[in-house]
Each structure stands twice: as C-alpha cells, then as structure tokens.
Design a protein around this ligand. Structure first.
Ligand SMILES: *Cc1c(COP(=O)(O)O)cnc(C)c1O
Length: 393
C-alpha cells in the first residue's frame, strides 16, 4: 500500500469505528463488567487493546495508536499528553541512576532542560554531542551509556543527522537509539528503516496539524515496545479521547498538507536566497544546510519549517521586521495551517558541544497554507522596515 492510501486507512478497523468512517470518541474512567469472567478476561488482555480502565485508553486511543504504528512503523505506539512528555517518559523508561546518555546538541530546548534539571538530579549523566558527529559518536560512548538520542533536523538550526551511521555504532555498544522525529512526522522519514529503536513525536505539530491540541507519541520496535508501554502505564500517562479524535482527523490530510507546506516553503526559501539581507538558508533541501546530503539520502520530502541567518542587522531592526509582519505571527508550536515566525539572537545559550558562530540573528519560519505570494509580499515589506531601522541606527 502506498503512503497516501495508508494515511486514509490507518487505524480504521471496524472494531474501532463501529462501521462508520471515523472511530467514535469513547470517554471513560470506569469500564464496567457484568461477570467475573468478563473482568478477568479484560485484565488478562489489558496489554492487548482491551478496555479495562480509562487511563489505559479506550477504543479512540487504540485507533490512534494503530494509525501511528501503521504510518511510522514499529510494534506499538505509547501516547502522552504532550511531545515533551513523550520525550521525557521515553527516556525515563530506560535509565536508572548511574547511567549515561548521549544527547544531540541541537535538541529541542525543553529536552535539554529535562536532561540538565531532572536527569542530573536522579544521577543520570548527559553528554551533548555535535549533530554532525556521524561515526565520531563511538568515542563518546561509555560503558554506562544506555541511550543515544537524536533529533533530525535539529531544532532551530536544522542540522540533518547521519541516523543510520550513528544507530549502527550505538547498537554495537548495546545502546538504545531514540529519535525526535517531529519534523519528519513519520511521513517523510521512516525511523525504523534507519536503525532507530524508539521514535518520538510532538503530534502537537503536523499530526494534529491545526494548532488546537497538545499530544505526544512514542513508537517502538518489538524489542523495546513492552518496556516502553509498561512504563507509560506505571507513570500514569494518559490522553483525552477528544484530543485523539482531532489527531486522527489531522492524520487524514497530512499527506496533502505536507506537500503544500513543502511547495510553499521551497518557494519562500528560494526567494529568500536572493535577498541581500540573507546569509545562509537552513532548509534541509538546500545544500547550504548542514547535513543536506543525509536529507537527500534518507528523507522523501520536506515541510513548512526552516530557518535562515541574516548577514546584517541588530535587535532593533529585527524587532521592526517581526512587528511589521501581517501574516506571520510570532509563535513556537509550528505544524498548523498558519504561518509563524521566530527571531533568535541567542542560539549560543541552547548549545554546549558546538559553537554557534553566526554574527547576526537567525529567523525561523513556518510556512503555512496561505497563498505563498501573500507570504512573500509580507516578508518583503518586513525587510523594508528592517532596512529603514538599520539605516537610521
Ligand atoms: C514542539 C516540539 C516538541 C514538544 O512538543 P510539545 O507537544 O509542545 O510538548 C518536541 N520536539 C520538537 C522537535 C518540537 O518541535
């Protein structure tokens, strides 16, 4: 089955849909049984998509988990109330005091904060590594290293990692390979084909796709699925069936949405490339993006999120640019239908293993589903304001 067909059919078993197109929203705390035999049977099958208690999920959760596993791969998918909860719980499911993990330097900032503020307190040590380290990862693996965590492309700076090379070396040393696959969305990058053991996503982003739900997922291989699932139960992780319903609805259009985000973002990035104020386009599909060769080798497409650096400017000019935009609002959680912008002057503060050397600010864009010519016009007048302030300063 081709991907666009899978996007339409994933998770739609009659068992979950009762014969209509979409699964029902099954809200529950208590699941009630009429006989001891029924109750015992449910308990016996509690790890096998059988309703026993609301926290362990209802049919809506089972439908969404199935859909994610069918799309991304793996043996099962655990659900969390946010992408951050998916990351922290996936890690905590496999570490104990005295262990060591390797974390990519370009990780999402709350992932770093979790390592520095929670794992450190529990006696789990983190070493940050250069996202472009490739085979060099081997030198950082210690006897107590249990997880090598990747995020590709990296948050803000967009470095694409050599996932299969890092995975192969990690496995040689019995380390678990975890990937934050939010940008790939389980659509444009298939983690389990490249040696990943556990793939985490902020479903908040492209899976939900409409900026109205927080949700996290972690899909795992056969080997790690039971431990991930059991720990998610032990930690009391659960998600709302209403949110899961919206996420299932989001999935049905993710194919066409991503194609449009991709097409518009490429047009904007190409336009930016010709702007005199722009230094480097950090879009994985551009050869100016670090790790572009791995994007070309391993990904089947891109989306609406990329960054670029400026070759001039100051804080005031950047502020004039950002304040002057009409269609691009400032906001963090990308992946919805709307365009977003972030101006960043302090990449240094979220890196420790690598040095960020760009002299001028970085701008991250999420290109939404608006008409792309309106977006380019918006950016053009933003640059006019930017240049006015720069000329006056
Ligand atoms: C947004 C994001 C997260 C966190 O997701 P939340 O649902 O906001 O907690 C994790 N990783 C990446 C790469 C993200 O962009």
């Amino acid at each position: 089955m081709k991907q666009d067909t899978k996007i339409v059919t994933a998770g739609r078993k009659t068992k979950w849909t009762n014969g209509v197109v979409n699964p029902s929203v099954t809200r529950a705390s208590t699941v009630v049984f009429n006989t001891v035999a029924e109750m015992n049977n449910a308990l016996k099958n509690r790890n096998n998509q059988t309703m026993v208690y609301g926290r362990r999920g209802t049919t809506t959760a089972f439908a969404f988990s199935d859909a994610m596993t069918e799309l991304e791969g793996g043996a099962g998918c655990a659900l969390y109330p946010s992408g951050t909860a998916a990351i922290t719980n996936a890690i905590i499911s496999f570490v104990k005091s005295g262990d060591h993990i390797l974390m990519v330097d370009s990780a999402y900032e709350p992932t770093r904060d979790y390592c520095d503020k929670i794992l450190a307190k529990m006696g789990v040590e983190t070493t940050y590594y250069d996202p472009l380290i490739g085979a060099g990862i081997e030198a950082l693996i210690q006897p107590n290293t249990v997880i090598v965590f990747l995020e590709s492309p990296g948050s803000i700076t967009m470095e694409v990692q050599d996932v299969p090379t890092i995975s192969a070396i990690a496995h040689k040393h019995d380390c678990i390979v975890m990937l934050d696959n939010t940008w790939g969305a389980g659509i444009n990058f298939k983690p389990f084909d490249y040696g990943v053991d556990i793939s985490v996503q902020a479903a908040t982003k492209y899976i939900v796709g409409h900026s109205d739900v927080m949700l996290g997922t972690a899909t795992a291989t056969e080997k790690y699925w039971p431990q991930l699932r059991d720990n998610s139960y032990l930690m009391g992780q659960c998600t709302s069936p209403d949110d899961l319903y919206l996420a299932l609805r989001g999935i049905r259009t993710i194919g066409v949405r991503l194609k449009q985000h991709q097409q518009s973002a490429l047009k904007v990035a190409n336009w930016l490339k010709g702007r005199p104020e722009v230094d480097t386009i950090l879009h994985p599909a551009f050869d100016s993006c670090p790790g572009h060769e791995f994007f070309k080798r391993d990904f089947t497409g891109s989306n609406g999120l990329f960054s670029f650096t400026l070759n001039c400017g100051n804080r005031e000019a950047l502020t004039a640019f950002l304040d002057g935009l009409t269609h691009f609002k400032m906001g963090y959680s990308w992946g919805g239908f709307e365009s977003l912008v972030l101006g960043i002057t302090s990449v240094d503060s979220i890196r420790s293993a690598t040095k960020w050397t760009a002299e001028f600010p970085l701008i991250r864009l999420h290109i939404g589903l608006e008409d792309v010519d309106d977006l380019i016009e918006d950016l053009e007048q933003g640059f006019e304001l930017f240049n006015q302030v720069l000329a006056d300063s």
